[in-house]
Design a protein around this ligand. Structure first.
Ligand code: IMP
Ligand code: MG
Length: 188
């Protein structure tokens, strides 16, 4: 039987198994790049990156410290807001430390442009970016992520942390939300 949330998808883009295998490979790549460092600071952009970060950090073979940033780009619809809002800030000082910034998806590039700019001013020893998904065709601001899970087409996706109005984050797969469930007419 199809799990209840999955019936809201027009199709599944990435299965649970496919995500699991790719996250394993990303964690190996990351562990290799940082193998000479004593410790790295992982900064997760919540809420979207929660499931991805949780799976990723448990497979990284290095000591890490974890902090979170909260940024809002979408409120309750599928169109991005022009200027991502920073709602919370870091607890850990990152000056002189190796920082890995983790997010669920790179879309227009506005969120990363904003966050990376802010973090660079704090003087980390290095700053790299890891995203599970990259919608390359949608970039408004040029931005390149150091570690990318999957390149995906320009479709609104939910699951494994990605939401629509805070829903579907607990789906185990990633899929395209049925068009009639996006921005329903009663919300306009
Ligand atoms: P950007 O600032 O346009 O690159 O957008 C990044 C943020 O937009 C992500 O952290 C997500 O929260 C959100 N986002 C972009 N595309 C999607 C999508 O297809 N589904 C759900 N959230 C998305
Ligand atoms: Mg989001």
């Amino acid at each position: 039987m199809t799990p209840p949330l999955e019936s809201d998808l027009s199709h599944v883009l990435l299965t649970e198994e496919c995500i699991r295998r790719r996250v394993d490979a990303l964690a190996r790549e990351i562990s290799e790049v940082y193998r000479d460092e004593d410790e790295i600071i992982v900064i997760s952009i919540i809420n979207g990156a929660i499931p991805f970060t949780a799976d990723l950090i448990r497979r990284i073979d290095l000591p890490i410290r974890l902090d979170c940033l909260r940024v809002s780009t979408y409120r309750d619809d599928t169109r991005p807001h022009r200027n991502p809002e920073l709602i919370d800030t870091l607890r850990l000082p990152i000056k002189g430390h190796h920082v890995l910034l983790v997010d669920d998806i790179l879309d227009t590039g506005r969120t990363f442009a904003r966050v990376v700019n802010l973090l660079k001013k704090m003087g980390p020893a290095s700053l790299r970016v890891c995203v599970l998904l990259d919608k390359i065709g949608r970039r408004e601001i040029p931005f390149h992520a150091d570690f990318v899970g999957f390149k995906i087409p320009d479709e609104f996706v939910v699951g494994y942390g990605l939401d629509f109005a805070e829903r579907y984050r607990n789906l185990r797969c990633i899929g395209v939300l049925r068009p009639e469930l996006q921005n329903p007419p009663e919300w306009q």
